[in-house]
Write a protein that binds this ligand. Sequence first.
Ligand SMILES: C[S@@+](CC[C@H](N)C(=O)[O-])C[C@H]1O[C@@H](n2cnc3c(N)ncnc32)[C@H](O)[C@@H]1O
Length: 636
Amino acid sequence: MTTLAKEMKTMERLDPKKDGASPDVVAENLERMRELFPEVFAEGKVDFEALRETLGEYVEDKQERYSFTWHGKGRARRIAQTPSTGTLLPCPEESVDWDTTQNLFIEGDNLEVLKLLQKSYHRRVKMIYIDPPYNTGKEFIYPDKYQDNLATYLRYTGQVDDGGFKISSNAESSGRYHTNWLNMMYPRLKLARNLLRDDGVIFVSIDDHEVQNLRHLMDEIFGPENFVDTIIWQKIFTVKNSAQYFSAMHDYLVVYAREKASWTRNLLPRSAELDESYTNPDNDPRGPWTTNAVQARNYYGQGLYEIRSPAGQVFTPPPGTYWRVSQEKFKNLDDDGRIWWGKDGTSTPRIKKFLSEAKQGVVPSTLWLHTECGTNAEAKKDLLKRIQFQKPEMVFETPKPVRLIQHMMRLGTDAGGEDIILDFFAGSGSTGDAVMQLNTDDGGNRRFILVQLPEKTEAPDYATIAEITKARLRAATEAIAEESKDSLPGLNEAERVDLGFRVLKLASSNIKAWDADFDALDQALLNAVENIKNGRSEDDVLYELLLKYGLDLAIPIESRTVKGKKVYIIGAGALVVCLATGVTLDVVEGIAALKAELKPEVMRVVFRDAGFADDVVKTNTVQILKQAGIDDVKSL
Ligand SMILES: C[S@@+](CC[C@H](N)C(=O)[O-])C[C@H]1O[C@@H](n2cnc3c(N)ncnc32)[C@H](O)[C@@H]1O
């Protein structure tokens, strides 16, 4: 072997342990801990005694202490930390505007999907809205498995045949009623928090079945200091006379910020009615105005003085009230024409409030009325406006109204900020519909990511809820495009509202070795065989690579032919992938030339391990690309 050949780096294969689809959270946390407390590590393991000594007075040793726990909490924590071995398969045929859209609909169990999204969307989501099962005793609660959660999903969806697998509802009579719900929610919320931006916010719909448990969970995961408020949403506006005790008319929305100090809530837009209450009877050059009383119930240390009107009347505050401004301030306001004495100048004085000086918006309250945010009944109408069901009553009892979700988005996102909104209990897809409608109304460019399980339905027309979600989104895109078509011709492609969505589906990895039990297999044997599963396309593999490299699943992908072989250029050269077979040195040199042409900061290149024409090409590839300034070259 020549010296050059010895110096040459051999091509690394993507390693399921290092490059696995979702990050190994435990390993990452240990690494951080090692940076902080190197002294507590002994032969790669944590020495708890040493940690205890290092933390001193901050260790809680008491048996009886304030804590929130339930059966299975430790396991739920471990479930959140176990990496996923799955992938997301692209489904352009079920999508709308596949090539251009930034919106995603992901079909799958949200636990696995949240794990897969950890790299690509880490700290990128501006707002999460979820409407999880309320645990009323009628819904099923997804049974996570610690070791083989993906296998459970594959069995549930019939991707692996096990002769009929059914998940029953979580009945109140079950001894593990709250426990099952907490075990399901804990890992999902924990993973979801990682995706939120520092200035991000999460809204969770819930009712009295689990509101107290949800608050505890959220306090633990987001920190009590990041609790924002619990909102009451009036979901029904008529009292049910059949109610045994009280007629329930509201749900809650529990709101936490990722970091309260970084989150600013927007003001709500001022309504036309509010603005119409401003008039200008005296043609004040400062424009329309309304008035506030001068007297107040509280004594602000200002006033019990006498006020004399221009007509000579004397006013004192009515009994039990006080003037809200000092005598001097009142005189200044009067001199500036800001006191209104009535049309004939004899009324009790009032302070003018000009529309031009009013706040740009309205401060939101914790009470969201049906007049502003709609009801469950309105939500059903929103859904039925989009799609028809033979038996609508069998499908959705409590979808959420578009207006309710838009209200949250107005507070929690910016129209032009390309903000990502995530809903991983998407149901009928109201969140996607709401995003597209709001963007159309205010010219925004918000994006959505929805996740929904293909939960089987009893309905004759849609086999799963995921089918309903997609049908609704498709209908929404058509209807909104039709409604807004008059405003479209003037807009160019970039200015048009994104009314599409990419469909991706949870499945086992495309790469054979990655879902095998590594410790039990002879790696050498695996190396010799084709590693990509039968029936999986190049596009399937490509999307798995996007997840592994932490790239956006809506990133533009260009494909080119380089010396007769198909090469994918992702994110303007951030990643270049060639999955062809029979790759020669010509092709490798053609790929090397892309670095100078596209000038990405870093270019990573991935080949199919069995794709090289011969071993000489494979050995030389790393060197050729290195000379072009490409250091990250891998095969799979
Ligand atoms: C209360 S519904 C959401 C309704 C939705 N907000 C709407 O307006 O239509 C909760 C949804 O979460 C889904 N779901 C439950 N467990 C899930 C899981 N593990 N992964 C993904 N979706 C799940 C259910 O199928 C159901 O459609």
